[in-house]
Write a protein that binds this ligand. Structure first.
Ligand SMILES: Nc1ncnc2c1ncn2[C@@H]1O[C@H](COP(=O)(O)OP(=O)(O)OP(=O)(O)O)[C@@H](O)[C@H]1O
Ligand SMILES: [Mg+2]
Length: 410
């Protein structure tokens, strides 16, 4: 049995049920403000799943290399290895405000200290990834296929505040996400993502503070769900909002699965502007030629599960067509995975009543400008880092195609 915690306090119990399912029950008299998800209000009746665990509990389970690493390290002890086993390992150190422990255990995140500067300086060379994954895999309640983990360096965490607020001395949670890449599959992925995030920032989108290591091997990001006082914001991705399993992250459309769902769950005094930001992010993905923007690559962020909920900062932006030239969109628009024309993007915005043609066209023009500006940065970086130059050139070529075919009204 697993105890579920929200906001640092017990909220309920989760256990296996049936052949392959699970049951979750809230503890008696838990306050509605302690619900695990905006999709699962506090109630007396249990929440049952015939297969696996509820999407909010599955949301941060590692995929890819990290999952495999944990399976190899821990499967022997338990014999089998299912989602609850994985939760009992990484559950105490997760993104967002939900945590998991054994039923009789206290909650103690206890993430080891790791100076971010050592990662940025590329100490230990090619060994860095191997050394870090060894130590940090069990503290990395984070989804995604790319090799990554979570570390703690409270001195390098500013909560987005340039004045550099300091976390309380007792804080032992993870502060940063470190993303690496596999040379044989996706060369220069960290730099690719770094410049895509730069373009997003230039479009006026919020992005988490992020840095590229000197040797280009790692991208280090501040957690956007961590507050300066050491408490956590609620974060839920669009698999959760669509009641989908992680394995269904590629199933859905931008119309229903993302935009309409956002407008259903977002609560904001300026929902129109926030929806326009989401429109910008979707259009930017088309301009960048990011073919991997699936339901887990969009999210909402909130302080109070019953209160306002906003679009989370942009993350996981990559020009995937550098590696997979024929890549298409992960989700559909107008029933198709083909990159949309600028006209179709505008139609999409008009149908969701996001503004006039003129307003939407102006957003797209801003994205084109952001891509053109960022292309200059890519070129400069490529001169100083010859190993990136080829990837950089190909990124810029893709952005030019994206801007011409998906962001212009020809
Ligand atoms: N700065 C951040 N703060 C908090 N949570 C984040 C942040 N960046 C990413 N996340 C969360 O971590 C998850 C994994 O990150 P990301 O999508 O970058 O990994 P990935 O391995 O590239 O994913 P994919 O499998 O889509 O390729 C995201 O889905 C999101 O839930
Ligand atoms: Mg992702």
């Amino acid at each position: 049995m697993i105890r579920i915690w929200t906001d640092g306090r017990p909220a309920g119990l989760l256990e296996r049920s049936g052949e392959r399912g699970s049951t979750f029950v809230y503890s008696p008299e838990v306050d509605p403000a302690r619900a695990v998800s905006v999709t699962m209000p506090v109630r007396l009746a249990s929440w049952n799943m015939a297969f696996g665990i509820a999407p909010i509990f599955e949301m941060n389970l590692p995929e890819g290399a990290l999952r495999e690493r944990l399976r190899l390290a821990f499967a022997k002890a338990t014999g089998t290895f299912d989602e609850l086993d994985l939760l009992s390992i990484v559950g105490r150190s997760q993104l967002g405000r939900v945590r998991f422990t054994a039923a009789d255990a206290e909650l103690d995140e206890g993430v080891p200290f790791q100076p971010v500067s050592e990662i940025l300086e590329g100490r230990h060379g090619g060994e860095l990834y191997r050394i870090l994954i060894e130590e940090f895999a069990p503290y990395s309640g984070i989804s995604g296929v790319q090799p990554k983990f979570m570390v703690r360096d409270e001195r390098a965490f500013t909560a987005g505040d340039p004045a550099g607020q300091v976390l309380p001395p007792s804080f032992r949670g993870a502060t940063h996400i470190v993303k690496f890449w596999d040379q044989s599959e996706f060369p220069q992925l960290a730099a690719n993502e770094f410049f895509c995030l730069k373009a997003a920032e230039r479009c006026g989108l919020q992005v988490p503070p992020h840095r590229l290591s000197e040797d280009g091997s790692a991208l280090v990001m501040d957690r956007f769900d961590l507050r300066a006082d050491g408490s956590y914001r609620g974060f839920e991705d669009f698999c959760v909002l669509n009641a989908r399993r992680t394995e269904e992250k590629y199933a859905g459309s931008y119309e229903a699965g993302v935009m309409r769902r956002f407008q259903q769950f977002a609560r904001s005094s300026d929902l129109l502007e926030e929806s326009l930001r989401l429109f910008t992010l979707i259009a930017l993905n088309c301009g960048l030629r990011n073919g991997d923007a699936h339901l887990k690559d969009f999210g909402i962020l909130y302080d109070d599960v019953e209160g306002d909920a906003h679009l989370a900062p942009a993350y996981d932006l990559v020009t995937t067509t550098v590696y997979i030239p024929a890549d298409r969109m992960a989700l559909t628009l107008n029933g198709s995975n083909q990159w949309p024309s600028g006209k179709n993007l505008i139609k999409f915005g008009e149908k969701r009543s996001l503004g006039s043609r003129h307003t939407l066209a102006a957003r797209m023009e801003r994205i084109r400008d952001a891509l053109a500006e960022t292309a200059k940065d890519v070129e400069v970086y490529g001169k100083g880092h010859p190993e990136f130059a080829d990837t950089g050139r190909r990124m810029v070529a893709q952005w030019e195609v994206g801007a011409r075919d998906s962001l212009s009204l020809r």
